[in-house]
Design a protein around this ligand. Structure first.
Ligand SMILES: NC(=O)C1=CN([C@@H]2O[C@H](COP(=O)(O)OP(=O)(O)OC[C@H]3O[C@@H](n4cnc5c(N)ncnc54)[C@H](OP(=O)(O)O)[C@@H]3O)[C@@H](O)[C@H]2O)C=CC1
Ligand SMILES: O=C(O)C1=N[C@H](C(=O)O)C[C@H](O)C1
Length: 255
């Protein structure tokens, strides 16, 4: 069987360089291009790339995806910075290229995907919910894409359960002291040398708290998710938001 032809954008970056190695190490995949800033996107077409792994920056991702979708190249995207406007713009490009698939994964690690799922399930049972994300100090964006998505899922679950605003008697505060407000859920961002990517979801009600914590200790934690996305996205046209859609998480464990 012929190998799937894969390219990496952002190939010299922290996660992109690991993705290059992961694709090279997969027997069913062939790395046909590894591009960095300034390299020509036409190379993707010349190399016959079928799937692109997009790991660049919020400033670059839209242009890169526009090119890929127009050329019918599927994309697996880890880059952050997604707003409703950007998603709508991508949706319009995909409408014009109906066979093309794009996966946007706020986080490729299984533990982070489960953290989001557990937080979403728990949210309706607690009066209070806050998210704390902790990352390496070279990270350009805050809060993280994962924390933003987690807060959005918590907020949607609270709204569906009819929960109102969270209890908070704060009257005076220094700027930023209560974090960023994501749909009514406070999100706090820590940047600390020595860390990679970590998140805590804090939930509380009268007399009890629940903390869900996840730690990515190495970029290798993201690689199985990237490879899964690469193998699956060609058969899922349109926009898929979140790796959970490829993970079959609701299937009961076999005994
Ligand atoms: N979803 C997930 O699981 C994960 C997502 N991420 C996200 O991935 C993104 C990259 O993170 P990270 O690797 O740490 O960042 P880095 O800054 O280390 O890497 C980004 C790379 O992209 C390059 N780049 C910028 N613009 C372009 C372009 N137009 N075409 C090709 N390459 C380009 C940069 O080049 P230059 O240095 O010259 O600017 C740099 O080498 C971030 O948004 C991060 O949040 C990270 C880890 C996991
Ligand atoms: O920049 C990073 O490092 C990471 N970015 C993603 C995010 O913003 O959620 C995923 C993970 O947290 C690592």
């Amino acid at each position: 069987m012929s190998k799937l032809r894969v390219a990496v954008l952002g190939a010299r970056g922290r996660i992109g360089s690991e993705a290059v190695k992961a694709v090279e190490g997969a027997g069913d995949l062939e790395l046909v291009a590894a591009l960095g800033r300034g390299d020509k996107l036409e190379t993707l077409v010349d190399a016959g790339a079928q799937v692109v792994v997009e790991l660049t920056t919020p400033a670059s991702v839209m242009g890169n995806l526009d090119f890929c979708v127009r050329h019918g190249i599927h994309a697996v995207v880890g880059t952050t910075g997604w707003s409703d406007d950007r998603l709508a713009q991508l949706g319009t490009s995909l409408d014009a290229s109906p066979g093309t698939g794009v996966l946007i994964a706020p986080n490729f690690s299984i533990g982070a995907v489960l953290t989001m799922k557990f937080a979403q399930a728990a949210a309706r049972w607690f009066e209070s919910a806050e998210v704390v994300e902790l990352h390496h100090p070279n990270k350009a964006d805050a809060p993280s894409g994962t924390a933003t998505r987690t807060a959005q899922l918590i907020a949607a679950a609270r709204a569906e359960a009819g929960l109102g605003a969270q209890p908070d008697a704060t009257v005076t505060a220094l700027d930023g002291a209560r974090g960023a407000d994501v749909d009514g859920v406070p999100v706090h961002a820590v940047r600390l040398r020595g860390l990679l990517a970590h998140q805590e979801v804090l939930l509380g009600s009268e007399g009890e708290t629940l903390t869900i914590r996840h730690d990515s200790l190495h970029h290798s934690s993201f690689m199985p998710g990237i490879l899964l996305g690469v193998r699956r996205i060609g058969s899922v046209p349109g926009l898929t938001m979140g790796l959970e859609h490829f993970l079959d998480l609701d299937r009961p464990a076999s005994h």
